[in-house]
Write a protein that binds this ligand. Structure first.
Ligand code: HEM
Length: 214
């Protein structure tokens, strides 16, 4: 029986699910339910969802391997693009209401406030990933170079966590929780890479020994 994860409808369902945070924001805006400071509310919600989507995207490979669910890979691109989508909304709420679309003022602020510098770095790193997320770009770059480039998502997630940690004054539990999750995911990757590297080194040695043993 084909896995439900391979179904087109599961993809449609996940796509709609990813739009729920936006739907809630739009609904709250339409019903004037964004609190005393609507811009701040949207800024915080979109910042939170950017980080959540980054982490969820990073979970795909370990979950795919550990749970033996190869079809999970079909959702990675969509989830990564949703991280970028919410990052764009987050950045726009800063560039528009905060900086009145004044790019010179924005650059000054990016240079002056370290937490903004870090958020900006996290955002900029996602741009090449979003651009090269298509099958055409995988072909053009070649699988290996494409994979190397897409490791930037880890740096982006680390910058995103530091951005969050630096902006909160005292409630550090949430940014530290994200930091722990990103660290675990990174360490898992490192472990997985080391195991695969050892196997590749061991494989030719085994092949060389084989004729002598047989
Ligand atoms: C991948 C990129 C980014 C991630 C993951 C991210 C994440 C976050 C998070 C989690 C928050 C806090 C939300 C909360 O308090 O619940 C936040 C707030 C904020 N972010 Fe970002 N952010 C990113 C990019 C940016 C960029 C590019 C800018 C502007 C250049 C920016 C400016 C802000 C501002 C102004 C706040 C609110 C700060 C305050 O409350 O004083 N962020 N962001």
């Amino acid at each position: 029986m084909p896995s439900p994860l391979a179904s087109k409808w599961t993809r449609v369902f996940v796509f709609l699910l990813c739009l729920v945070p936006l739907g809630i924001l739009v609904f709250r805006a339409l019903t004037a339910n964004l609190g005393a400071n609507p811009v701040e509310f949207i800024q915080h919600a979109t910042g939170d969802w950017t980080l959540r989507f980054l982490v969820i995207t990073l979970c795909i490979t370990p979950f795919r391997k550990l749970l033996k669910l190869p079809d999970l890979i079909r959702f990675r691109r969509m989830l990564g693009l949703f991280a970028f989508f919410y990052a764009c909304l987050h950045f726009l709420t800063y560039l528009g209401p905060d900086q009145s679309f004044d790019l010179a003022a924005m650059w000054k602020d990016v240079a002056k406030r370290p937490f903004i510098t870090m958020g900006f770095a996290a955002f900029v790193l996602l741009i090449p990933l979003a651009i090269t997320s298509t099958a055409g770009w995988i072909r053009r770059l070649g699988g290996r170079r494409w994979q190397m480039l897409h490791r930037l998502i880890y740096i982006s997630a680390i910058c995103g966590v530091i951005h969050y940690y630096w902006l909160v004054k005292s409630a550090v539990l949430r940014p530290l929780t994200y930091a722990a999750i990103v660290a675990i995911l990174l360490l898992w990757r490192l472990g997985d890479w080391l195991i695969r590297r050892d196997r590749t080194i061991a494989a030719p040695a085994e092949t060389q020994r084989a004729p002598a043993n047989s």
